[in-house]
Design a protein around this ligand. Structure first.
Ligand code: HEM
Ligand code: HEM
Length: 224
């Protein structure tokens, strides 16, 4: 009877598929199906990398200046808002891996990936993994809301683009609390994001931080 040989594939939805094929190695070594060699592949374009490290820098600057040096604080905050707007546009017109259609998935898939990661069964993705994708959406939203509430707060002091508009009559104490809440909330997201990156790097034995600097990861050409 012919011997069967199981081949394990990772499907796009994160599930594992087992294919049974006649065992090639049983017949002749030269016809055996060899896994493709891993090679260095460009995953993050220059725009995504510059955006990423600029966002990290200006968010950090705005946060640690707080409301103390208000001019510098507000300019760092405007830069954060502009960077997020740029990223949203780039998510539609950028390179393949930068596009939202490439990585944004339903929350259920992000949760399933997290469970797989905890069980040590997560597969590596060339682009953003499903959990990372959810975090990216949350980070972008958190940063934008923080910057917008900051602009509203600034308008109460008669400065910034929203000064002398309808927001000037909004309650200052409440707005300050809302701005502070979203700034802190975004910081918590950043801490979870960095922890996730470090844990994934450890568990997948792949330096993701280096990839966000060089733009390259090791993988197979057909990998998602
Ligand atoms: C304020 C600090 C930070 C913010 C706001 C931030 C935000 C983001 C965002 C929005 C992305 C998505 C990139 C894109 O596709 O446009 C991302 C990805 C990434 N970030 Fe950060 N980040 C921060 C700090 C860091 C730090 C300190 C590290 C390194 C330890 C890091 C490592 C990464 C990596 C490796 C990815 C790609 C993840 C993947 O492979 O899917 N980030 N970050
Ligand atoms: C997205 C980046 C930003 C972060 C992380 C951030 C963070 C903070 C933090 C932590 C505080 C201190 C809150 C408190 O203790 O009451 C603060 C205050 C403030 N921020 Fe921002 N902010 C950002 C963007 C902005 C922008 C874009 C503006 C204005 C254009 C702005 C205007 C203000 C003002 C007016 C205060 C109150 C200062 C005071 O009177 O004490 N912020 N911000």
């Amino acid at each position: 009877m012919e011997r069967l040989h199981a081949i394990r594939y990772s499907a796009r939805n994160g599930r594992t598929i087992l294919l049974l094929q006649p065992d090639c190695r049983a017949r002749t070594e030269s016809t055996a199906i060899e896994p493709r060699e891993k090679k260095s592949i460009q995953v993050w374009d220059l725009q995504v990398r510059v955006f990423h490290w600029a966002l990290a820098f200006f968010f950090g600057l705005a946060y640690f200046l707080e409301g103390d040096r208000l001019r510098l604080h507000s300019h760092a905050g405007y830069t954060v808002a502009l960077l997020v707007l740029f990223r949203v546009v780039w998510g539609f017109i950028g390179s393949d891996r930068a596009r939202f259609v490439d990585f944004v998935v339903r929350p259920k898939e992000s949760l399933r990936y997290l469970v797989q990661l905890v069980r040590g069964r997560a597969r590596s993705y060339l682009g953003h993994n499903p959990a990372g994708a959810a975090m990216i959406v949350a980070l972008l939203a958190g940063m934008l809301i923080t910057a917008l509430t900051g602009m509203t707060l600034y308008a109460l002091e008669g400065s910034g683009p929203l000064a002398k508009t309808f927001v000037s009559s909004w309650p200052g104490d409440l707005l300050e609390d809302v701005h502070e809440f979203f700034a802190d909330f975004s910081l918590v997201l950043v801490i979870v994001h960095v922890t996730g990156v470090l844990l994934s790097s450890y568990s997948l034995r792949e330096n993701l931080t280096k990839a966000m600097i060089t733009g390259h990861k090791n993988g197979k050409g057909e990998q998602r």
